[in-house]
Design a protein around this ligand. Structure first.
Ligand SMILES: CC(C)(COP(=O)(O)OP(=O)(O)OC[C@H]1O[C@@H](n2cnc3c(N)ncnc32)[C@H](O)[C@@H]1OP(=O)(O)O)[C@@H](O)C(=O)NCCC(=O)NCCS
Length: 153
């Protein structure tokens, strides 16, 4: 049984995050420069998943000032480690982090043809509320989904 740890991303994760970003997404990738900025930005929360001590995935949410709504900017799990609950663990961790910073809901956009990610979000209780036509570089549309976050106990 492998051991999963979720922790705040650091600049030491940058190479691994960039390499995963390039493997996980065929287009619409975050640049190294953006990833570096988000790791240190006070208005973003970026978490890394480690499996048996090795980097295995990350999730990034935007926490804009004066907004109660957090936005999922990206999530990716190493394809060699998919289907082991790491995506779910990352999502639950960013939800807790956003709620701890006073956010009351989390919204996201996902490619309408990304059935795996849509399944993950639906399983976690996200509901579709809009469709954005021609949203991605290749013209694919986005589903907008959202979930209310529980206030921390
Ligand atoms: C989407 C992604 C993050 C899922 O990560 P993961 O670690 O494989 O997902 P998990 O193992 O935590 O799956 C959790 C739940 O999501 C659902 N799910 C995840 N991937 C799925 C798939 N490919 N097909 C069907 N259901 C899937 C399942 O219901 C699963 O729960 P269950 O096994 O308990 O029923 C991962 O596949 C990935 O990085 N994809 C490429 C990047 C990407 O598309 N990111 C999303 C951008 S919006």
């Amino acid at each position: 049984m492998s051991k999963t740890v979720i922790r705040a991303s650091t600049l030491d994760d940058l190479d691994a995050v960039e390499s995963l970003e390039n493997r996980a997404f065929p287009g619409d990738r975050l640049s190294r420069r953006s990833l570096r900025r988000y790791i240190v930005a006070p208005n973003a929360l970026m978490l890394s998943a480690l499996s048996d001590g090795a980097f295995a995935g990350y999730a990034l949410v935007g926490l804009r000032a004066r907004s109660l709504v957090a936005s999922l900017y990206s999530i990716a799990v190493d394809p060699d480690m998919s289907g082991r609950g790491l995506g779910k663990a990352l999502m639950l961790a960013v939800e807790r982090g956003a709620a701890a910073r006073g956010r009351t809901s989390l919204t996201l956009e996902v490619r309408a043809d990304n059935s795996g990610a849509v399944a993950l979000y639906e399983r976690l209780g996200y509901a579709r509320f809009d469709v954005l036509a021609d949203y991605y570089e290749d013209g694919q549309s986005a589903l907008r989904m959202k979930k209310a976050l529980k206030a921390p106990a």
